[in-house]
Design a protein around this ligand. Sequence first.
Ligand SMILES: [Fe+2]
Length: 285
Amino acid sequence: MAILKLDGLVHGHYECRSLDETLPIFSDLLAAEVVDRRDGTAVVKHPNTGWLLVIHEGGPDAPTKPRGNHYGFRVADHKEIEAAWAYIHERQDDYGITGLKEPSASHFAYSIYLDEPGGNTLELEYYNPKAAGHGRRVAAGHWGEQLPAERFPGRGYVPQALSHGTLQTSDKEASNRFYTEVLGLSIVGGGHYSTYIAHADTPWYVVVLPAEERSYLAPVNRYTLKVASSEEVQEAHGTFSARGKELGVTEVWDLEARGKDDASFIFADMDRNWWEVTSAAWPLP
Ligand SMILES: [Fe+2]
């Protein structure tokens, strides 16, 4: 039994420089929707994905983050990757996109990467669903019904889900134990090199990549874990504060309580990756 009784991996938090520059990448090129926006923070959601991406405007000095900390969207057909590359290549200057990589294949995936003007790498991938038959759970189940082409017309490709985020670790065995025994996440894939972690009930996942030389992220870039009640948040805060060293928690921020059912706190793991535990249903107060 893990320390957290986890309801879900519910949000990713992501820093950009300017919302006005970054949000069109999500809405125009990745079929995501801006579902909330207040005071320099926007909530972005893909129609097929329950995971929310909370995008924070950090201003022009927000750092460029490593490619090993990207988010990825998925298309349903291999051919759409080339169509997406062509469509985005033609418009990259309009969107301030740099570093658009030509389609490349790895294992069961075929993908393009781009750097958006907010300092983040984004990926669009095709993942052969047959890989699910080879024990790769991450290959399947990211959408119930495909978005029809009319929902995202004129581009030649339709992003069908926000499939994954990424993290880096310098100690795979220790961090795997932490994700499962402390956070209550499940290992759903990976192998010698990477580990894929997810909540057992939802398809989106985080790819954990080994990295010797780390460029640490600011806490504004984090993943949010939901538990059932503010009491459970307080309990976790107490446990992490008292036994952090033993558990692999290296920093614990103050508990924030905003009413009866809404409490949260931010913490760092042994790799100085940032996480948040919350009981709130929505990421913005
Ligand atoms: Fe990826």
